[in-house]
Design a binder for this molecule. Structure first.
Ligand code: ADP
Ligand code: MG
Length: 264
């Protein structure tokens, strides 16, 4: 068989095996291997590694697309110097993903703009890259979904928000919920307890949750399960959204002080 015929036959086999990247690069990799006198094994290794890398990249891209993440930002984009009171070591230790393997939870508390969602998103990104299933939802959206399932008499067990290794429930406490919704949310947390990990972000402190969930018995049972294996990160600091503005205001007051000093 001549060279061109080999390439054609191999390519048609690769297409049938759905090895897309190998199909694309076969000719050029074979050419350089011949030119550089590479061994058969090295040639085969190069082709396979490219295919694995490209499949892996596609898996992550697809998983991120359907995860519901509001934006894609890694922990490398998080400026810890802006949040000096935040325990960087404690936050960074979460990124070995042990808490997910141990079915633990993480709770980010703090006022708006301090980076709760950003930190949750970057943990989800890391987990996704490590091959774990992830799902992001706001509390408001989750309640709608749980209600729909409940009304349709479904347990919703097959749903991403139940079965993913990591589910993020963002913005717990932004909107008040009634007793029935509270029950559904409690059951959701109870279902995931010691089976899978949940990250919760909230702008309310735990003491405010009693009011939020109305029923103190449920809140106690709920917090009991939620907090049993969990890391709590309380972020006390300024909003990153107001970063530039705070800077300018400070500058203004510095200038005013300067002027006052000048006149006195
Ligand atoms: P929260 O969920 O606490 O309200 P977000 O995580 O949505 O706040 O942060 C608001 C915006 O500011 C996002 O675009 C986020 O990426 C950015 N941000 C917040 N904190 C930081 C930080 N320390 N370093 C870099 N970007 C940050
Ligand atoms: Mg947020």
């Amino acid at each position: 068989m001549n060279h061109a015929l080999y390439i054609e036959r191999i390519q048609s086999s690769l297409v049938r095996l759905k090895l897309q990247r190998m199909t694309e690069i076969l000719e050029s990799v074979a050419k350089t291997a011949e030119e550089q006198g590479k061994s058969y094994l090295s040639f085969l290794n190069e082709l396979l590694e490219e295919e694995v890398a490209s499949k892996e990249q596609r898996r992550v891209e697809t998983a991120l697309k359907i995860s519901g993440l509001p934006f894609i930002k890694g922990i490398d984009e998080f400026d810890f110097t802006f949040q000096p009171k935040l325990d960087k070591k404690k936050v960074m230790s979460l990124f070995d993903l042990t808490f997910i393997r141990q079915k633990g939870n993480v709770i980010f508390l703090g006022p708006p703009g301090v980076g709760k969602t950003h930190l949750a998103v970057s943990l989800a990104l890391k987990a996704c890259q490590a091959g774990m299933s992830i799902y992001f939802t706001t509390m408001e959206e989750l309640i709608v979904k749980l209600k729909k399932d409940h009304e349709a008499g479904r347990k919703g067990r097959g749903r991403s928000y139940h079965k993913s290794a990591l589910v993020i429930v963002d913005e717990v406490g932004y909107t008040p919920i009634d007793r029935e919704e509270c029950n559904l949310f409690f059951r959701f947390i109870a279902n995931r307890y010691e089976k899978a990990s949940t990250i919760i972000t909230s702008n309310k402190s735990f003491s405010d949750w009693t009011e939020l969930f109305q029923d103190p018995v449920i809140v106690t049972a709920f917090l009991d399960r939620l907090l049993h294996h969990s890391v709590i990160i309380n972020i006390r600091g300024n909003s990153y959204r107001l970063k530039g503005k705070i800077g300018k205001e400070k500058l203004k007051s510095d200038q005013i002080e300067e002027k006052v000093a000048h006149f006195s």
